[in-house]
Design a protein around this ligand. Structure first.
Ligand code: 5AD
Ligand code: SF4
Length: 447
């Protein structure tokens, strides 16, 4: 192997959602022309970026303890006469940039999610001074990011929409990610074609409120997510389309119909409800009732009866009574989920719910979370076991957990490990599900 002395090692640690994973890939793209190459470990790195998530508790503490750990790598690099640029990016940087700079004097750069296209200039500047950039410009960072490169592999992520104007009372996203913005249809199609040319067979469209997507089409008209998906489905070589995360308020018939009409659109929908109680939904500013959510699910299941549903839940929101919590358990029983995330409510400074009366005691939150998770786990296991004996298409995207196995995802977004030769990597094959565990399936080639 030849060593390029101009190559610099870039280590990015990513927390949080798929938007952050996507952003980390794009940061690597932006830094590539400066000679930075991504590496998998911090040892000897010329630049370290912590791409942070602010959504749940102790986010800032976690960043400080990681910084503390990584500092040893900076010191050893320094002892060898080198230098590691240390950067904190993402939502914690956006929210607490000045505090980080004050508490961690060895951090060179702090920058928010709307500024990644300015990274090369920030890196230049950081060689002489410390840089804080937490601007939230109205102009899109996407206009300045380079074309998607080919480092995403068989399953790729693509941001189509960013930001949120919904202001759920528990959530920091509207403050850290800024107002809602949709990219144009053309930009997304062109980027998808580049990804497919580089080997992607599946694209997951990302957005904090992905179904609020409203991008301008070539015809000058506004296109919603259903129309965008229909246009992407025309791309030869693209086999599977997924999207994350949807909001019940933005659910439109066009997207529901897309689940009936577009075979490339996978039968999986992540549609967080957060709580099954109308009182709590109101206090959360979700602006819909539990029955409206039930109606949406009924329409979705009519369009695509086998669809797998997933959700996020928060327990112990301020003022949540035993009855409110029972309502949450009831909606879980009514919908039956294939998968779900559930969290204890955690007050985020600066959000309205943090100052609400009726904060719930930690022990109550713990107990409710446990009861909810027991029910959700039962449903997840039942869903996975219900797949045993079925034949479904699976795209192999990496090595499996054992030798001789490949890993892929079922249409319902379950992880599956299949005995298959390595040359099947990167393509779709019919797989017979042999066994269903709590978190994954195993299967065998059915062709
Ligand atoms: N406390 C607990 N969970 C939260 N989430 C967002 N903010 C909070 C908070 N303050 C959860 C929501 C959201 C998911 C991404 O994180 O369920 O849908
Ligand atoms: Fe946060 Fe609510 Fe916006 Fe989702 S919809 S990002 S939970 S404010």
């Amino acid at each position: 192997m030849t060593t390029n002395t101009n190559t610099k090692k870039l280590f990015i640690k990513t927390w949080g959602c798929q938007m952050n994973v996507y952003d980390s890939n794009r940061m690597a793209d932006v830094l590539a022309p400066l000679g930075y190459k991504p590496v998998n470990a911090p040892e000897g790195a010329d630049m370290i970026i912590l791409n942070t998530c602010h959504i749940r508790e102790k986010a800032t503490d976690k960043v400080f303890s990681e910084l503390g750990r990584l500092r040893t790598h900076m010191e050893s690099k320094k002892a060898e006469g080198g230098r590691t640029l240390m950067a904190v990016a993402g939502c914690v940087a956006q929210a607490e940039g000045d505090f980080i700079m004050e508490r961690a004097p060895y951090v060179d750069m702090v920058f928010g999610p709307q500024t990644y296209h300015e990274l090369p200039q920030m890196v230049m500047k950081a060689t002489g001074e410390r840089v804080v950039n937490t601007e939230m410009p109205t102009q899109s960072k996407f206009d300045h990011l380079p074309q998607e490169n080919d480092n995403q592999g068989v399953t790729a992520f693509l941001s189509v929409q960013e930001g949120c104007d919904k202001f759920c009372t528990f959530c920091v996203v509207p403050y850290t990610r800024g107002t809602e913005f949709s990219r144009s249809v053309n930009e997304i199609i062109e980027e998808s074609k580049v990804l497919v040319k580089a080997g992607a067979r599946e694209i997951t469209l990302l957005g904090q409120n992905v179904n609020a997507y409203h991008g301008t089409g070539k015809d000058g008209k506004t296109h919603k997510l259903g129309s965008l998906i229909a246009q992407l489905a025309e791309i030869d070589g693209l086999e599977c389309i997924r999207y994350l995360t949807s909001h019940p308020r933005d659910m439109e018939q066009e997207l529901i119909d897309a689940h009936r009409d577009i075979p490339k659109l996978m039968p999986f929908m992540h549609l967080p409800i957060q709580s099954g109680s109308d009182n709590i939904l109101k206090a959360m500013n979700r602006k819909h009732k539990a029955d409206k959510y039930r109606d949406i699910i009924a329409d979705v299941k009519k369009a695509r009866p086998d669809i797998a549903m997933s959700s996020d839940f928060i327990v112990g929101f301020p003022g949540e009574t035993d009855q409110d919590f029972e309502d949450t358990l009831q909606i879980v029983r009514d919908v039956t989920y294939a998968f779900a995330y559930s969290f204890k409510y955690s007050p985020r400074p600066g959000t309205p719910a943090a100052n609400m009366q009726g904060q719930i005691h930690e022990n109550v939150k713990k107990e409710r979370l446990q009861r909810l998770q027991t029910l959700l786990n039962e449903q997840q296991i039942a869903f996975n076991q219900g797949c045993v004996g079925k034949i479904m298409p699976v795209l192999f995207d990496r090595k499996g957990s054992r030798d001789g196995q490949l890993h892929g995802r079922t249409p319902y977004n379950q992880s599956i490990h299949v005995e298959a030769p390595e040359n099947k990597y990167g393509n779709l094959y019919k797989v017979m599900v042999r066994d269903g565990q709590a978190n994954s399936l195993t299967g065998e080639l059915a062709e």
